[in-house]
Design a protein around this ligand. Structure first.
Ligand SMILES: [Mn+2]
Length: 324
């Protein structure tokens, strides 16, 4: 059964992630061929002026926007990813059934995405009684022990949580929000945080979306692994005609990082340039990274890893001995 009406999309952000959130939203509303309602679930550091700027992104492009403040107390006890990756914000996914109490279905997209095709095609995907639809995560061989430790022997059983279609009515009926919070508190060192928790709670109960709805950087970086898990033809057609591109991975994989090597980095930057956050400077554009940018492409990321390790040693040396 497909839902009645026009699509509802939700993103979760704090003030630091607003430029990227606004870029994802702009791309989503502009590519939609049906009117979209965008729900922005935000931390309490987002101001009324910020919300006005987001309205200026959505409304001229033909969408509607609704804001929902996230109660920081709900997330306080959960582990953080660190400031550069949005802190605790991604845990906002686990409270969506409560925050969006008026909705029975929603398309969730990360703030580190760029939309290329009308989101109503995801919204209308037949869930056939599943609480979640998502794309298989491209897990490289070195991380498969982690999946096995969670009970996933086949990496195709583990989804990426950057783009999700959620049956919120079912989440409420089964108390999924509480189950997710319980898993998080019982396993405080889950290495992939809420994505692990979502996979544990919805194990064997999610439906696979076409990979073009969550085209991860790993489709390019590890094309052989992606092909093994998703099929080489599906990966090739996803990168050739993406629905939603997801800039997953460490900070250097984000298009707002000075050294980002992603093939669609400039497309993202061009979209950002059409938002009120156009003047946001790139991350880590420093003397050291400008030197690295002049190296041949294959040398850049290894050189950047060494720069990060060097900075870490400096930081440790400058800390008082008692903090080491
Ligand atoms: Mn992401």
């Amino acid at each position: 059964m497909t839902p009645a009406g026009d699509p509802h999309v939700v993103l979760v952000t704090d003030r630091a992630f607003l430029p990227w959130c606004a870029t994802a939203i702009l791309s989503c509303v502009e590519t939609a061929t049906t009117p979209v309602t965008v729900h922005v679930v935000h931390a309490d550091d987002v101001t009324a002026a910020d919300r006005d700027l987001l309205r200026q992104v959505v409304e001229p492009a033909g969408g509607a926007v609704r804001f929902h403040v996230l109660d920081a107390g709900d997330l306080e006890q959960l582990p953080t990813k660190g400031a550069a990756l949005g802190g605790r914000m991604s845990w906002g996914r686990i409270v969506l059934a409560d925050v969006l109490a008026e909705l029975d279905r929603v398309v969730y997209i990360d703030a580190d995405t760029l939309v290329f095709d009308s989101v109503h095609r995801v919204w209308e995907f037949p869930m056939e009684g599943a609480p979640v639809a998502a794309v298989v995560n491209v897990t490289e061989a070195a991380r498969r022990d982690h999946l096995r430790s969670l009970g996933f022997d086949d990496p195709r059983e583990y989804f990426n949580a950057g783009v999700l279609l959620l049956d919120l009515a079912m989440w409420r009926a089964e108390g999924a929000g509480d189950a997710l919070a319980d898993v998080a508190r019982a396993n405080p060192s889950l290495s992939w945080f809420d994505q692990d928790a979502l996979n544990i709670v919805f194990a064997q109960r999610w439906r696979p979306l076409d990979p073009r709805w969550n085209v991860m950087f790993s489709f390019w970086l590890w094309a052989d692994v992606a092909g093994e898990l998703l099929g080489a033809d599906a990966v090739a057609s996803a990168t050739g005609d993406p629905g939603i591109v997801h800039f997953e991975g460490p900070p250097v994989c984000k298009p707002w990082h000075y050294l980002c090597p992603h093939p669609l980095r400039d497309t993202h930057r061009a979209a950002l340039a059409r938002t009120p956050w156009a003047r946001t400077p790139l991350d880590d554009r420093t003397f050291g990274t400008r030197l690295i940018a002049r190296l041949p492409t294959p040398w850049r990321l290894p050189a950047y890893s060494r720069l990060l390790a060097y900075r870490e040693r400096l930081a440790q040396r400058s800390r008082p001995a008692s903090y080491r």
